[in-house]
Design a protein around this ligand. Structure first.
Ligand code: HEC
Length: 149
């Protein structure tokens, strides 16, 4: 099961990298669908970590590692789908008019999810809680400026 998951993710990541190289979205609505799908997967697995951090779900190291791995992998994917001409969805125009600020909000998330992965691998619940809070702050930081409410 775990391996199947990894193979599926490798396939997603590989096609995502190919997508970057070939500017692969045929139409803007395909790009919007892609980024929303990535955010949905990222949000789902991030919420599972949030439930552990809040003590609603018992701490299981393997599950936490798996969820952190998915969140960290997803964190690098949506951005290729915000090319010019892909305005729409819940994306605010500031994404394109303040591109460097948007980019730095992405980098904050990517750094936070990398730390989350390390915290998960450490098996230390307190470290996981802290890292989860930092990831949540990075999500909110970007949504406040760049996503419709
Ligand atoms: C750098 C900016 C940025 C960061 C960081 C970010 N998001 Fe988002 N998120 C967006 C934007 C922009 C949209 C709207 C996309 C659209 O509608 O096209 C969005 C949409 C979403 C959606 C809705 C998807 C849908 O189906 O409409 C979810 C869920 C979500 N984000 C979760 C998260 C979570 C969880 C994190 C942190 C782990 C996060 N996001 C981090 C910019 C960001």
């Amino acid at each position: 099961m775990k391996n199947k998951y990894k193979i599926a993710l490798v396939a997603i990541v590989t096609s995502a990298i190919a997508g970057t190289a070939f500017a692969q979205f045929a139409r803007p609505d395909a790009a919007i669908k892609y980024r929303k799908a990535v955010f949905t997967v990222m949000g789902t697995h991030n919420a599972r970590l949030g439930a552990v951090a809040k003590g609603e779900v018992p701490f299981n190291k393997d599950e936490v590692i798996r969820n952190a791995y998915i969140v960290n992998t997803m964190a690098s994917l949506p951005w290729q789908a915000f090319g010019s001409g892909t305005e729409g969805g819940d994306a605010l125009p500031a994404i394109w008019s303040e591109a460097s600020k948007f980019k730095s909000a992405q980098e904050k998330l990517i750094a936070a999810t990398a730390s989350l992965s390390s915290a998960a691998n450490s098996g230390d619940l307190e470290a996981v809680k802290k890292a989860t809070a930092n990831v949540g702050a990075a999500c909110k930081n970007c949504h406040d400026d760049f996503k419709k409410k």
